[in-house]
Ligand binder design. Sequence first.
Ligand SMILES: [Ca+2]
Ligand SMILES: [Ca+2]
Ligand SMILES: [Ca+2]
Length: 555
Amino acid sequence: MHPRPLHRCRRHLTGLLVSAFLIGAFAASPAAAAPAPRPQDELPPQEPGVTLRVFDVQVPLDKLCDIKTGQTPNVDRLMPGIDWSSSDDFGVDDHFVSEIIANLAVPEDGTYAFRLISDDGSRLRINDSTVIDHDGLHGAEPKDGSVELTAGHHALRIDHFDRTGGQQVTLEWKPPGAAEFAVVPGSVLSTDADVVRVTAPGRKECEGALDSPGDGLPLTEAHPDYALTDLRPAGFEPQVTAMDWLPDGRLAVTTWGGTDNTTGEVYLLDNVQGETDAGKVTAKKVADGLREPMGIKAVDGKLYVSQKHELTELTDADGDDVTDERRTVATWPYGGNFHEFAFGLLYRDGYFYLNLSVAIDLGGATTDPQPAPNRGSTIKVNKETGEVDYVAGGLRTPNGIGWGPEGDMFVLDNQGGWLPSSKLLHIKQDRFFNHYTNPSGPFDDKPVTKPVLWLPQNEIANSPSTPLQLTEGRFAGQMLFGDVTYGGIQRAYLEKVDGEYQGAVFRFTQGLEAGVNRISMGPDGAIYAGGLGAGGNWGQEGKLTYGLQKLSPSR
Ligand SMILES: [Ca+2]
Ligand SMILES: [Ca+2]
Ligand SMILES: [Ca+2]
């Protein structure tokens, strides 16, 4: 999926210490009066330097602010030490907030004095305790503080902001026995190694006085119109990548299997509908060894699965549900990139429909040139002949396809290269949706079709997934869609004007056990939500990385 990590890293880094290259050098017992260093075995591999993240808030601050969670920084760099005063160092001139995160390796127990020089305000924390509060508007002035530290590694964090004019953060220290302050040497600073440093342009927001209903902050609980039921029997932890219904009422589920693996599976679940609970549900594995399947459809007694590289027909010849025969129905351009998914699977009148995402580089930029042509498209596949036709293009990470009003086809595309914020699209033949590739896609010469809805990034969406039209209840006719990273399910009110859809999006529900990768309307009228989470920011913070629940109308 799209690796735009690692804003969540900030949180766990705060409590994590250690450097692989220093392990064993400074082992010591924590002293009673000092914050305890963490055991080395809790800590991820380290590399020398510090992490600098900068958020372009574009508003004048007069004190430090808390950046709203879930926002990708504008700048995320590995820096050799903490002594910066040019706007090139920070990557933004004015009106920015920076976070500096590192682990500090302390050679011996004792009192450590620190001097924080900043323009404008800043704050030094070690092991989550404030050592120097240097907040407020000022020039590059020093402020000192000291702390008792035991030998070992300690989590260091500096928060900083610059309003206008000059900008600086310099951290000096005076270890026990030293006579003078000196810039903290890079040799005692480290940060998590091999992280994918992902950035995104645009304005970032602080938590603040303007936060109120309608502020874009997420919901936390399940929608009061629905009763929430867990559907995972003990030990069943599916990373759900597709769902469909069998004529006998069972639910077919595919699981992801992890990046670049061929360990996706298919399960048939019974007793999920109506009055039930997790203890009554049974899950039977009927196929495995699939390449990151992202769509499943039951047609005429057979299961069809969209793997990354092909559409596969699964046949159970002897009636025990377990697949005995596999047949490649169709293949499409596939270059082996981790992000080349075949998202979703619809079927109508002899044709399957699904989306192909583009190849991207680690960090999120669209791969140039693409390893395979004509990605970023909606395709249709003739069930009998396997012939592939291109329906629409200019897509990036279209992790959601579904039917909407008037039987029209809708897709949700995910923010990233060429796409400043996620959007809901109405797919029609020959349409182009503004994500260009090299080489050009099949519809790059067409005029750009505007989205049905823009979904402001991190205000109401981050990684939207399956769209689903409601047919009953107070919102009948409107559409829902899940979201992997923002989480929960959102509701889209649509109207058609002069043949084109427009509308508005509302938060609908949270309170689910995982970020929502797939939703499906059960024959019992409940909304089934399949969860998924993975590394980076593909997954909802604080939630499980797998999940299966349903929301049953309760009033
Ligand atoms: Ca400045
Ligand atoms: Ca300044
Ligand atoms: Ca069988």
